[in-house]
Write a protein that binds this ligand. Structure first.
Ligand SMILES: *Cc1c(COP(=O)(O)O)cnc(C)c1O
Length: 434
């Protein structure tokens, strides 16, 4: 693409994007096949059963190469269960990156645990492996890692820290269905993974979540916590299904420990089975489109992809994809202002930042879930791991270092070129905004 000197649209120039995007951004892709699968469940009244969910679990686990999978009513519940399965309890701590959706961390509170937030790496937007070990204390039970916006975490740096301190690694794979880390699938890299499959995610199946693991005890603990229908006792909708072999859990058969019900609605797992069949081909198309977009931006000042630096690694379905911004190369132009100008070129999804830092949110500082008269993060005798503004500098600068890019679902050269041109034009004419 050639350098441009056209007047920016925000200053009254022509917009870069004029084409109708059509179904470029439509997601999930739903066909007669999804409709047929869902209608079949509806007509059979099979919403509360588990036979379709079990088929989906087997198929997804096989795709990942994992031994066990368990379907959940949503991703939040799968992460809650994963934490409990890993032994997170009252007075304990978990470590989690500050830049993520709240569900990566918030369930710790309902277990009486505190969250010690870690900073992110500015190149990957994932947890910074160098900011983990010094946070581990005698009550730390787990590290939650989030493959952020599809970018795999540096597991080869993280797992040895966890092994050394005998704590578990929980992957939040909600952004990373199909992402590869050095040839291995995200969601099968730690001790256990929880993930969302709600409608907005890359793997989208309504309101659905999934837990995956290779550890039989963690699997059984997840069943005992929220899947009473698989503990051996018969229920109205399901034949007896005894998945629990550990005696200390077996005796609770029929009633979930803690009173949680995590079963998935089979309208969603039926759709998920169809989505999975087409998912590898669909994300391959997304990957081509996104790489085309970034290749068109090669050499544009101040802009670079959030992309893994390792061999055989990928962004999966490029969920909530971001670009990385370097204001210095644009004469100090603030990222927010850059984004306003790109939006004006006809790219409404160009917003500054990503998720807001969680370590500053009052719910992690003050909320008193158990009515104990003090914040839950302290009420069970924890160390005070609450962090003030200034403590996680990269996370706190997220709106200055990252920006939204279009999430193309099809590799259509003419349309992608217009969107890339919008970013290039603003980057190359940043002087007009200074
Ligand atoms: C969406 C999301 C979740 C929560 O999943 P739900 O299915 O919405 O409950 C958890 N973690 C991350 C990182 C997410 O983006």
């Amino acid at each position: 693409m050639t350098a441009t000197s056209a007047k920016l649209a925000i200053n009254g120039g022509e917009k870069s994007v004029t084409a109708d995007p059509g179904d470029m951004f439509t997601w999930p892709i739903v066909t007669n096949e999804d409709e047929g699968a869902v209608l079949d469940v509806l007509r059979r009244g099979a919403m509360s059963g588990t036979e379709i969910s079990k088929q989906f679990e087997r198929e997804y686990a096989d795709w990942l190469g994992a031994k066990y999978a368990l379907a959940y009513c949503n991703g939040t519940a799968s992460l809650h269960a994963a934490m409990w399965a890993c032994g997170v309890g009252a007075g304990d701590e978990i470590i989690c990156p500050s830049i993520t959706y709240w569900a990566s961390a918030a369930a710790a509170q309902s277990l009486g645990a505190a969250v010690n937030f870690a900073d992110i790496d500015p190149g990957s937007l994932c947890i910074d492996p160098a900011d983990i070990e010094h946070r581990i204390g005698s009550r730390t039970k787990a590290i939650v890692v989030v493959h952020y916006a599809g970018h795999p975490c540096d597991m080869d740096a993280i797992m040895p820290i966890a092994r050394k301190h005998k704590i578990k690694v929980i992957e939040d794979a909600s952004h990373a269905h199909g992402s590869l880390y050095k040839g291995k699938m995200c969601g099968n890299l730690g001790d256990i993974a929880g993930m969302s499959m709600m409608s907005g995610k890359s793997f989208a199946a309504g309101e659905l979540g999934l837990m995956t693991t290779n550890d039989r005890e963690l699997y059984e603990r997840c069943i005992a916590f929220g899947h009473y229908e698989r503990t051996g006792a018969a229920s109205n909708y399901n034949a007896p299904d005894a998945q629990i072999t550990l005696p200390y859990l077996q005796k609770f058969s029929g009633v979930p420990i803690g009173g949680y019900k995590h079963r998935a609605n089979q309208l969603c797992t039926a759709m998920a089975r169809v989505q999975l069949k087409h998912y590898p081909a669909r994300i391959a198309e997304i990957d081509k489109a996104m790489k085309r977009f970034w290749s068109l931006l090669e050499g544009a000042p101040g802009l670079r992809p959030q992309y893994p630096k390792w061999e055989n690694s990928s962004m999966g379905g490029w969920y909530a994809c971001r670009g990385l911004y370097d204001a210095k190369q644009l004469g100090g132009l603030p990222c927010v202002r850059f984004c306003e100008a790109v939006c004006a070129e006809g790219v409404p999804m160009c917003n500054a930042g990503a998720n807001k830092p969680l370590h500053l949110h009052p719910v992690f500082h003050e909320a008193d879930l158990f009515n104990q008269g003090q914040p839950t993060c302290l009420a069970f005798g924890q160390r005070d791991v609450r962090q003030k503004a200034g403590s996680l500098p990269v996370s706190e600068r997220i709106a200055q270092i990252a920006f939204g890019i279009p999430w193309f679902k099809h590799d259509r050269a003419d349309i992608i070129a217009q969107y890339a041109q919008a970013y290039r034009k603003v980057a190359e004419n940043a002087g007009e905004l200074l």
